[in-house]
Design a protein around this ligand. Structure first.
Ligand code: B3K
Ligand code: ZN
Length: 881
């Protein structure tokens, strides 16, 4: 484990490396406990470095076995090798030489899952961000682009399959049961995109012919016996390849494209050139084992990694501060893909819910950082919702500001100008300035300034003069190390909705630039006046969530009711109803704190029934509208002094009121949505299941509800319905006989399928109430659980800490203490997963004082440990700062 050195990396310290490595040859002889790696690096001093300088290569836990320059062994005093670096004091004065380095690794003992490791008997690699230096000494930074040739030797029985990046060159027999394969990748790439896979795997194959006629062989490799679960991923891959040609003009560039699914993986997947490696959770799916949510995630992640081939691989990042250059942009691209393949409004609502659930709390807490950070201690901790999701929102806003056509022109110019480069955010913004002639310097603050801007809005209508006025004031709250903020350019899509539900036309506007239905907020305060408005309109603001901001709007509940029923923008329609539900829950929370019962507006609860039954709305939309804001969402809205038990009580009261008022309608709809056809994972079918399961969640509260949920579970013919019913039983009727029976049955049926057991762990980990801590502790002893597997840890421990408000934040602090102890246990093997887990504590300061003190004590108990990993120390220190 790499312990913390306290070193801080700063953007302003960037300087190019003195040396380049135009060609890299790697030779692996694979053994579980001992793998030999010979790296032959063609090294060149950069042209503008005019005198000999020492060469310093990165390492991480390496053992040097041999070192030669131009074929001659290097004398001991000519270099210094430690596990973490290799320094060559006086490289040849010519500045051009071949450096041979031999290292020895033990893949079977690599539990951090970075570098070369073993997952279920398969050798595999993960190099982003700094894993390559755990394989060989190298200039392990993204601006060192090299052409790789990789030779792999292994025992044929252990590893009949030998894969690396690029195209296959040759393979053959070595005698005595050994064989080899050689791969060559003609595209210069940074070391973080290197990959190797060797093992015994099953496979499905397909072909794709690109727009210019290149015939590409596609392969997806999975555990033997799981081939029939890879078909959906293959279909998603082919659709992604076509879409990227149609929408961005991006074609694939190698003869083969391979995807390998492994079961031990630190994150979702990795875009290694020509050889994507995936967490098997995001490849394997069929109706028996995967939910509709799993299918949607697979489609999105297959697309995301494939899209990286252009945004990330052909054009990579100059340094890790530029991470959002590839991640934010690629998330934007995968969002657009899913929107085109499924339902655009439903996708947008889901994106915004994710952004608010993950990025907003990050931006509003101690871990806040700009989309392009300026400093880091551990880069692995910057693969965040801010870099990814807010990074995507920023790209979306560029499109809003420029319009779709100029945006595409800018992207074309980006590909043309920077293909083969390691680029920066400045390069990216420049292409859009060049195609549009617009000055994006104020807009660029979205990359440089942390924090979620707030817009405070009020309106007035003067029927005499026919003027409608919107007053908008922007503010950006202070965030760690940025106390003073500059004014931002916020593109705010809007509509003035008339009594007939149609958008009203206006004669003229003053006070801000308004074009194409977008108000461009650039100053602290704008008074925007629309003339020619005879009747008072209802203002629909931030349509489509055009800007990732919070709004404080003085809006009457009946205006929100009106928008929820009539806004022509489906996102805003959802938003209006969601705001009403949030406000109602907060009112109920306050009543609960005061020991009182809340009564809810009859208009609101009946509107829920109306939305549920509106034929003109997509099923998936109705399901999203009826889903109450989560307890964490409500806590975020309340902001401080959080008592999770009172929030839970308030939210339950609203759910009961909605169920009680609409039992009849919901029940009828529920029955009508029963499916008798064959399963299909398409968006429309998934939408029907989503609505039916959302209705069941309400019906389960009413008399006879438990029986209905149990029956839903027993008669389910797919995992979506089965898992939904199990969650409803466990969350609404925890401890009951029906629930125990269903949990036991699920366990029996899926015990040998770890990915399905993750759902079982997660459902129990998120069951509300004080007993969850003990339940989770007991489940850690279950045979299907393993603390070494990131998916298991994320389901059980991550599920508990980030999605169980009442269980985790138990008033006596037992949840925090258990969590601290478990994070440290995970850290011993896998610091990266432990650090990610620990971010669940980031909102501790918004708790009420007693819980706050207990949460702090748990954090301090971690901080006090000696020899913490760089990963965990960084998160804990910032969380407590
Ligand atoms: N680029 C990888 C993430 C790597 C994370 C390293 N800690 C997957 C992705 O975003 O596509
Ligand atoms: Zn990515």
């Amino acid at each position: 484990m790499r312990t913390d050195t306290g070193q801080v990396f700063r953007l302003e310290d960037y300087r190019p490396s003195d040396y380049l490595i135009p060609r890299t040859e790697l030779d692996f002889r694979l053994g579980q406990d001992s793998t030999r790696v010979v790296a032959k690096l063609a090294i060149e001093r950069r042209a503008d470095v005019d005198k000999p300088v020492r060469l310093e290569l990165d390492g991480d836990g390496l053992q040097l076995r041999r070192i030669e320059i131009d074929g001659a062994q290097l004398p001991e005093d000519a270099f210094e090798a430690t596990p973490d670096s290799l320094v060559i004091h006086n490289p040849p004065a010519s500045g051009r030489f071949t450096l041979l380095i031999e290292t020895e690794l033990a893949p079977s003992r690599n539990e951090a899952l970075m570098g070369l490791y073993r997952s279920s008997k398969v050798y595999c690699t993960q190099c982003e961000a700094e894993g390559f230096r755990r394989i060989t000494y190298f200039l392990d930074r993204p601006d060192i682009l090299s052409v790789y040739t990789v030779r792999i030797e292994a025992e044929r029985a252990e590893a009949p399959l030998l894969l690396s990046n690029g195209n296959p060159v040759e393979h053959g027999d070595l005698g005595q049961g050994w064989h080899y394969a050689v791969w060559h990748d003609p595209f210069p790439k940074p070391s973080y995109l290197f990959a190797l896979v060797a093992g015994d795997l099953g496979c499905i194959k397909d072909r794709f012919v690109t727009a210019s006629g290149k015939d590409v062989e596609l392969g997806i490799y999975v555990e033997h016996g799981k081939e029939n679960q890879a078909g959906y991923a293959m279909d998603a891959l082919r659709r992604s390849m076509k879409w990227d040609e149609d929408v961005f003009g991006c074609e694939y560039d190698l003869d083969v494209f391979n995807i390998v699914a492994v079961s031990d993986f630190n994150m979702g997947a990795m875009e290694n050139k020509g050889l994507n490696i995936f967490n098997d959770k995001y490849v394997l799916a069929d109706e028996e084992t995967a939910t509709d949510g799993d299918f949607a995630n697979i489609e999105a992640i297959i697309a995301h990694e494939y899209f990286h081939n252009w945004t990330g691989n052909r054009i990579t990042c100059r340094d890790w501060f530029q991470l959002c250059l590839k991640e934010g942009l690629t998330v934007f691209r995968d969002h657009e893909f899913s929107a085109d393949e499924r339902s655009r409004p439903v996708k947008r609502i889901a994106e915004v819910r994710t952004l608010r659930a993950h990025q907003f709390p990050e931006d509003q807490g101690p871990l806040a950082h700009p989309v392009r950070p300026r400093r880091y201690r551990e880069i692995n901790n910057f693969y965040t919702a801010t870099v990814y999701e807010k990074g995507s929102e920023v790209v979306r806003m560029i499109r809003t500001v420029l319009g779709a056509e100029l945006f595409r022109g800018g992207m074309d110019l980006y590909f043309e100008r920077h293909d083969g480069d390691a680029a920066t955010i400045e390069d990216f913004l420049k292409v859009f300035e060049d195609v549009s002639g617009k000055d994006l310097s104020q807009f660029a603050l979205w990359y440089h300034q942390a924090g979620t801007p707030n817009l405070s809005v009020s309106t007035s209508h003067n029927s005499g003069s026919g003027e409608f006025t919107i007053e908008i004031e922007q503010s950006v709250p202070p965030t760690p190390s940025e106390s003073r903020k500059r004014l931002m350019h916020i593109p705010l899509a809007f509509g003035l909705v008339g009594a007939d539900g149609k958008d009203m036309a206006y004669a003229a506007v003053e006070g801000a630039t308004v074009d194409n239905g977008v108000i461009h907020v650039r100053k602290r305060k704008h008074v925007v006046t629309f003339s020619g408005i005879a009747e008072r309109p209802v203002l629909s603001l931030n349509r489509g969530f055009s800007a990732p901001v919070t709004l404080t709007v003085e809006q009457r509940p009946d205006d929100l009711m009106f928008l929820a029923s009539h806004d022509s923008d489906p996102f805003s329609r959802w938003q209006a109803f969601n705001t009403l539900l949030t406000d109602a829950t907060i009112a109920a929370f306050k009543s609960s704190l005061g020991g009182k019962q809340q009564t809810f507006s009859p208009g609101l609860v009946t509107l829920a029934g109306r939305i549920a039954g509106t034929d003109g709305l997509e099923h998936a939309f109705r399901a999203l509208a009826l889903t109450l804001p989560g307890e964490a969402d409500i806590a975020r809205e309340i902001g401080k002094n959080i008592d999770p038990d009172a929030i839970h009580a308030g939210r339950e009261a609203l759910a009961r009121a909605i169920a009680a008022a609409n039992g009849e309608i919901f029940s009828q709809l529920y029955e009508g949505l029963r499916s008798n056809g064959a399963f299909s994972p398409d968006a429309a079918s998934a939408g029907r299941r989503a609505l039916r399961n959302t209705l069941l969640d309400y019906l389960a509260i009413l008399p006879g509800g438990e029986k209905r949920a149990a029956e839903h579970f027993a008669t389910a013919t797919n995992m979506t319905d089965r898992a939904a019913a199990l969650a409803i039983l466990a969350h609404r009727h925890g401890g009951s006989e029906e629930t125990k029976k269903a949990l036991a049955e699920f366990d029996k049926r899926y015990r040998s399928d770890p990915l399905v057991m993750d759902k079982w762990f997660m459902i129990q980990a998120t069951a509300p109430g004080a007993s969850a801590v003990d339940a989770v502790r007991a489940l850690m002893e279950h045979p299907a659980f393993s603390i070494a597997n990131p998916n298991r840890v994320r389901s059980l421990i991550g599920g508990f800490a980030s999605a169980n408000q009442t269980g985790f934040h138990r008033a006596d602090g037992a949840g925090y203490a258990f969590f601290a102890e478990t994070v440290l246990a995970v850290e011993k093997r896998n610091p990266q997963v432990a650090a990610r887990l620990a971010t669940a504590m980031r909102s501790w300061r918004s708790l009420e004082p007693k819980r706050q003190a207990k949460a702090r004590a748990a954090l301090v108990s971690i901080q006090a440990k000696d020899g913490l990993s760089a990963d965990l120390r960084d998160i804990i220190d910032r969380t407590l700062a």
